[in-house]
Write a protein that binds this ligand. Structure first.
Ligand SMILES: Cc1cc2nc3c(=O)[nH]c(=O)nc-3n(C[C@H](O)[C@H](O)[C@H](O)COP(=O)(O)OP(=O)(O)OC[C@H]3O[C@@H](n4cnc5c(N)ncnc54)[C@H](O)[C@@H]3O)c2cc1C
Length: 640
């Protein structure tokens, strides 16, 4: 394409437009194409570079390969406990029921998981999961998942070619960022964006759009997330009229690298603890025994001997407290560092060297071995790692119907990390890869069905011109540099909306964010449109901003502590708050200014059958008596 084409908008159309080429987007695309629809998949980064590719530990699915006692009911229970019972129970139920099929199906697409001695898919232990449950490929599971789904896409394209399809029925357009969704009459009708390499605009008409854009981690400085995670899908959905739920719940993974500064935040997989690693403070104390909360006391060992026996005899011993859900471990590390028992660089020690032999460590954790060797000059087979909490995942996201993944906007679906509800207040490790497979498939299926029942929409020149004008606005501004503004926003979030929160600080955060609003509206970009990261960030900033405001507002409103939301001034869970979802929407004034609105919405009540999977004594720790008394008296006999 010559530079002369730069001002010509590229026009495309399809039945199902999938925004995002991570696991959720690719799984949705496969399903929509299998349903006979024409599909376009858009990816902000290079194809194959999505967040999913970074996933290390594995995908949780109750296949029962390593412990035959596992089944969907146990997985459901673990997921609800991990989310502190704020989960959309129907999503958690579908997820637990369908995850095994989604994993087995991946094998039929060509995935090669690690095996047990008797040839089944191997499953590893992870925090909050009662049994070994994570199907994995060493510590590079996401890479295999993406490789497999990409291969499936290529095979579908080859099928189309062999069938003599004149048109390209399954297109992948990478290095292209969507900046607007087009809507009309309460329905989505397409999207607008730019090709990063050239700056040329692209407009795609589609009656069904699946958002699969991942998370918001780049709003924080210390994060395991890559540059793409600027909350684009969350913000696009809000602007289109959809709602976000429970944006206050952000997962700070307990173990990110803390040293050297250039790699601070990069993830240290939970598999290190799943495979025997323990956390120690600067006094050499294995401190997690001091932090087992009341609600988990029955399931976690209170002494090192029992904890260590669990690795070889899980049926007769309780789990090590290093494998508590992530929110608990992150808070414990934070407390140790605050109490002055941290390491030189402000973390704690994660020690696998003294617990497993070097060969086992290198075999089970090859990426971790190389990561520490190359980035920190630390040999994890001989010395402990220094680790600390890092912003990792957002549990909040687009409010969707559990079965169909439909948002409040007709034709707009969402799956994967960008959607909310499934994980409640805290996600268990491994439950994201299975979530994106289960709900990615459902999104593709229901988006295809919606497209079948819809007319092909038309985009007007006026709405395309308006989207182009908005995208070019930073070039006409005389404001600040986008990188400086991103730093400022990250500083506010890290300092005032981080792992431990207080009402006064959240109010301060909202005031400081409000002051940033004007500056972000006036952010400027210079240079040309081809490969211009300053311009790209200038456009991302307004998305990060709106997500940050939704998070701070919800964090201020929820004056209790639950999962990924800890209020120092409101410690402990409140059963009344367990019944509340905080729902954010966007009000738009005539002059185009946006304001986030927050409302309380009741959490749907669990069915008696699902309530019956829990002991009433356990439910009483989370629920009001009226709620848990409607349940029967404990786990059904279906389970062993
Ligand atoms: C280091 C690391 C390790 C992890 N390990 C595990 C694990 O072991 N198990 C587990 O279950 N979870 C793990 N997670 C979490 C999990 O990987 C993610 O939550 C999950 O992969 C998200 O998948 P997704 O399909 O929703 O989105 P992603 O994989 O994040 O993909 C998002 C896609 O959207 C595109 N996109 C974003 N914005 C736009 C836009 N405006 N226009 C066009 N495209 C856009 C991106 O380019 C990308 O293609 C890990 C996360 C990290 C960071």
């Amino acid at each position: 394409m010559s530079d002369n084409d730069i001002n010509e908008v590229e026009h495309l159309a399809c039945d199902v437009l999938v925004i995002g080429a991570g696991g959720a987007g690719l799984r949705a695309a496969v399903e929509a194409r299998l349903a006979g629809k024409s599909v376009i998949v858009i990816s902000k980064s290079l194809f194959g570079k999505a967040h999913t590719v970074m996933a290390e530990g594995g995908a949780a699915a109750a296949m029962g390969n390593v412990n035959a006692n596992d089944n969907w009911q146990v997985h459901f229970r673990d997921t609800m406990r991990g989310g502190k019972f704020l989960n959309n129970y129907r999503m958690a139920e579908l997820h637990a029921q369908e995850a095994p099929d989604r994993i087995w199906e991946l094998e039929t697409y060509g995935a090669l998981f690690d095996r047990t001695a008797d040839g089944k898919i191997s499953q590893r232990n992870f925090g909050g999961h009662e049994y070994p449950r994570l199907a994995h490929v060493g510590d590079r599971t996401g890479l295999e998942l993406i490789r497999t789904l990409q291969q499936k896409l290529v095979s579908l394209q080859q099928d189309d070619e062999a069938a003599g399809e004149a048109e390209d029925k399954l297109q992948v357009i990478d290095e292209t960022t969507i900046t607007e969704l087009f809507t009309g009459g309460g329905a989505v009708k397409g999207a607008f964006g730019y090709r990063r390499g050239t700056g040329r605009f692209i407009a795609i008409a589609a009656p069904a759009v699946v958002l699969a854009t991942g998370g918001i981690g780049r709003s924080f400085k210390v994060t395991s997330n890559s540059w793409e995670y600027t909350g684009d899908g969350h913000a696009l959905a809000l602007r289109a009229g959809a709602k976000l739920i429970n944006m206050e719940f952000i997962q700070f993974h307990p173990t990110g690298m803390v040293w050297p500064p250039s790699v601070r935040g990069i993830l240290v997989t939970e598999s290190v603890r799943g495979d025997g690693g323990v956390l120690k403070n600067s006094e050499g104390r294995r401190f997690m025994f001091d932090y087992i909360p009341e609600v988990f006391k029955a399931q976690y060992a209170d002494n090192p001997e029992e904890a260590d026996r669990w690795y070889t005899d899980p049926d007769r011993n309780r789990r090590p407290p290093e494998l508590l859900p992530r929110d608990e471990v992150a808070r414990a590390i934070n407390s140790e560092v605050k109490a002055g028992r941290g390491t030189e660089h402000g973390g704690v020690y994660l020690d696998i060297a003294s617990r497993r032999d070097p060969e086992t460590i290198r075999k089970k954790l090859p990426s971790m071995y190389h990561q520490f060797k190359e980035l920190a000059d630390v040999d994890i087979t001989a010395e402990p790692m220094e680790v600390g909490p890092t912003c990792h995942y957002i549990m909040g996201g687009i409010e969707v119907d559990a079965d169909t993944t439909a948002s409040a906007v007709t034709g707009l679906f969402a799956a994967g990390e960008v959607s909310g509800g499934m994980h409640g207040s805290n996600r268990l490790g491994g439950n994201s890869l299975s979530d994106l497979l289960v709900f990615g498939k459902r999104a593709g299926e229901y988006a295809a069905a919606h497209a079948s029942a819809s007319e092909s929409p038309k985009l007007t020149e006026a709405e395309i011109a308006a989207a182009a004008e908005e995208a070019l606005r930073p070039f006409g501004n005389d404001g600040e540099n986008p990188f400086a503004l991103q730093n400022a926003m990250q500083a506010v979030n890290g300092r005032l909306v981080g792992i431990i929160r207080r009402a006064g600080e959240l109010e301060e955060a909202l005031t400081e964010l409000a002051m940033l609003k004007e500056r972000i509206a006036n952010v400027s970009a210079s240079g040309g449109r081809a490969y211009n990261p300053g311009w790209h960030l200038a456009l991302d900033l307004r998305n990060m901003y709106v997500c940050s405001v939704a998070t701070a507002m919800a964090a201020l409103e929820r004056d209790e502590s639950r999962g990924g939301h800890t209020r120092e001034d409101a410690p402990g869970m409140d059963p009344q708050w367990r019944k509340v979802n905080l729902v954010a929407s966007l009000d738009r004034a005539a002059d185009g200014t946006e304001a986030v609105r927050l409302e309380r919405q009741p959490v749907p009540a669990m069915t008696p059958e699902l309530l019956g999977l829990f002991e009433q004594t356990e439910l009483s720790k989370y629920m009001t008596p009226e709620e848990y008394r409607s349940s029967t008296t404990g786990p059904s006999s279906e389970e062993s």
